[in-house]
Design a protein around this ligand. Structure first.
Ligand SMILES: [Mg+2]
Length: 200
């Protein structure tokens, strides 16, 4: 667990909370919450190689819509690979940095990243069952909303697993979209929703 003492934005050993950039957002406005693996990037199963990160094109217009609308874009990602001992926060930092770089190259900007390393099958201090920060629990969304002053009821969440949708529901969101590998319907609906709410 030596890597947890590195200068990473850890609020506790298993919780990464990172501000990206220095944008200021309207208090009480909505946010776009995004799962990462399988939603922003192709899920290769515990991604641990920055060189293998490939974005899902379908998500790009959704992030761009949120950026145009002035909504904060927040990644909320379960990273049980850390609890399971597959990799450490250093690897997460490298992979996530690559995701953010590739997004920026497409004109897509993320404002906040939260990652939860806890899992019941984990080792040492990461071995926590049903941790409040691990989706389907809403902890990461609630934490981000508290820091950003977000209106959760007006926010949008996209994920590729039922746990993502459930986390959004438990956080009080009603605009929840389940991304599917073979379809862009959820992403298109989410982008339309953001445009409709924000009037852009
Ligand atoms: Mg996922």
């Amino acid at each position: 667990m030596a890597e947890t003492s590195a200068p990473y934005p850890l609020h506790e050993p298993g919780l990464w909370v990172e501000w990206v950039g220095d944008k200021v957002f309207r208090d009480g406005g909505p946010a776009l919450f995004l799962d990462r693996d399988g939603t922003i990037n192709v899920d290769t199963g515990y991604p641990s190689d920055p060189e293998q990160v490939v974005l899902r094109d379908a998500i790009l217009p959704v992030i761009q819509a949120a950026n145009r609308a002035g909504w904060p874009v927040v990644i909320v990602t379960n990273q049980s690979g850390i609890a399971r001992g597959y990799f450490g926060w250093d690897v997460f930092a490298a992979v996530n940095g690559r995701v953010l770089t590739l997004l920026r190259e497409k004109g897509c900007f993320v404002d906040m990243v939260l990652a939860c390393a806890y899992h019941e099958a984990g080792k040492g201090g990461f071995g926590v069952g049903d941790h409040p920060m691990r989706k389907p629990n809403p902890g990461m969304l609630l934490k981000a909303a508290e820091m950003l002053g977000t209106d959760l009821g007006g926010s949008v969440m996209i994920g590729d697993k039922d746990a993502d949708i459930e986390a959004g529901r438990r956080a009080g969101l009603s605009r929840l979209f389940l991304a599917r590998e073979a379809s862009v319907a959820a992403e298109q609906a989410a982008a339309v929703e953001i445009q409709a709410i924000s009037g852009i």
